[in-house]
Design a protein around this ligand. Structure first.
Ligand code: TMP
Length: 208
């Protein structure tokens, strides 16, 4: 595959949306053709699954249902967006990917890793992001920032302890995959955060 696959991850309120735009501009300024997408979502079917898993109609959804829906959306996303774009030489920038499943369904909901990795292998084969930027900050700060936005979705309605588990799962993934991960301290002022992101992207671009 000629393109590159970059993902951005983190708990609620870390500033993914603002920084995603910054990353897109930085890559485009370096002459890279960028496709910005998100999970769950990124395709018409995936966006419908997103509404199902984020909405409150199915509060109390079984954890296995939630897990399988995330991977159903991902299978569609890979088949229709991610793989074709990478094969065409584009740079795919995704707001979340499978690490979010390990963090939320694994860390948050307590589903054992082995079940997630079976689905990961089935749906992705060997495809992994080339670079993952983890925006990290203390849970209480993230939730305060996220709380200033619209009405909380099904995940945002979880307790602090859930997000503590999600955050720790993300940090464990970063420690497990140091070559792919860059952990960014998102509690810093925005200009400092973006300076750090730019630095990580420069290193990646230089090596690509
Ligand atoms: P966000 O993209 O606006 O942050 O919202 C997506 C929500 O979905 C977020 O709370 C994390 C959650 N999620 C999972 O639980 N598992 C996944 O695999 C993905 C991609 C997202």
């Amino acid at each position: 595959m000629k393109g590159r696959f970059i993902t951005i991850e983190g708990i609620e309120g870390v500033g993914k949306t603002t920084n995603l735009e910054f990353i897109r501009h930085t890559l485009e300024a370096a002459g890279k053709p960028v496709v910005v997408t998100r999970e769950p979502g990124g395709t018409p079917l995936g966006e419908e699954i997103r509404s199902l898993v984020l909405g409150h109609r199915d509060d109390g959804m079984a954890s296995d249902t939630e897990l399988l829906l995330m991977f159903a959306a991902r299978a569609e996303h890979l088949a229709r967006v991610i793989r074709p774009a990478l094969e065409a030489g584009q740079w795919v920038l995704s707001d979340r990917f499978t690490d979010a499943t390990y963090a939320y369904q694994g860390g948050g909901r307590g589903i054992i890793k082995g079940r997630i990795s079976v689905l990961e292998q089935w749906v992705q084969g060997d495809l992994q992001p080339d670079l993952t930027l983890l925006l990290d900050l203390p849970v209480t700060l993230g939730l305060t920032r996220a709380g200033r936005r619209s009405a909380p979705d099904r995940f945002e309605s979880e307790q602090t302890a859930f997000f503590e588990r999600v955050r720790q799962a993300y940090l464990a993934l970063a420690a497990q995959h140091p070559g792919r991960y860059r952990v960014i301290d998102a509690s810093q002022p925005l200009d400092v955060v973006q300076h750090t992101i730019k630095h990580a992207l420069s290193d990646f671009l230089a090596a690509s």
